[in-house]
Ligand binder design. Structure first.
Ligand SMILES: [Zn+2]
Length: 230
């Protein structure tokens, strides 16, 4: 079920205030254009009635598409450091609402759903794009770990960065590196499908050092950026 609230928002350009309708929960199976609009950045965009400036509201959101096999909790970026507690909390909610309470038909569907936690709209867009393009997100995060190592020198001056998938086709994946504050892209990388497939298929090499990447809800290379980086 989708759910909205009406909230006062303040224009960053002129400071005027107005009421906007915000989604706190979106059913991606019903609102079929939602995923595409989150990916292209149009979701949550509003225009100031006073000066015409437009802004995207990066508000927390629950994105669910159970028939499509996806359930994602998007929290505020400022909460990144608490990912370990938040992934447990999100998992408990899913367990209660979709596994324990519902009738068997829903439970069977729910057991096949990917449960994910992310922080900020860019991470959510990354997840939805990977899902749309049939890219395994665990493999994608392994690729990001490899890229973080391969481009260490280039990225060093910017401090910790995070890669986001921006485009994918049969031949290549294109990713952007952004700073954790959201600035950038500070680096754009194109990776061949062959390279990605080789990394994604080499689970063994990653599973031991990065076990939580394959078992927790926060399936994101950023969980290894360390404490206190935000
Ligand atoms: Zn304004």
């Amino acid at each position: 079920m989708s759910r909205c609230i009406v909230q006062a928002v303040t224009c960053p350009a002129c400071g005027a205030s107005q009421q906007e309708k915000l989604f706190v929960s979106v059913n991606g199976a019903r609102i079929t254009e939602a995923a595409d609009r989150i990916i292209d950045g149009a979701w949550g965009q509003w225009s100031c009635l006073n000066c015409g400036a437009s802004e995207v509201l990066d508000t927390p959101l629950l994105f669910s598409d159970l028939p499509g096999g996806l359930w994602i909790v998007q929290r505020d970026r400022s909460e990144r450091d608490r990912f370990a507690a938040l992934e447990k909390e999100a998992d408990a909610i899913f367990q209660r609402e979709f596994i324990e309470r519902p009738p068997p038909a829903i439970r069977d569907q729910a057991l096949r759903v990917k449960r994910r936690l992310c922080f900020g709209r860019a991470q959510l867009a990354d997840k939805l794009l990977a899902h749309r393009e049939g890219i395994d997100d665990c493999g994608l995060e392994c690729l990001k770990l490899v890229l973080t190592r391969d481009y260490l020198q280039e990225l060093y001056p910017f401090g910790p960065v995070e890669f986001h998938l921006k485009q994918a086709d049969a031949k290549a994946l294109r990713l952007h590196a952004m700073t954790l504050a959201g600035a950038g892209p500070v680096l754009e990388v194109c990776v061949s499908r062959e390279k990605f497939d080789a990394i994604a298929e080499d689970r063994q090499s990653f599973q031991e050092p990065f076990a939580d990447l394959f078992s927790g809800l926060y399936v994101n290379a950023s969980r290894y950026l360390g404490d206190g980086v935000t």
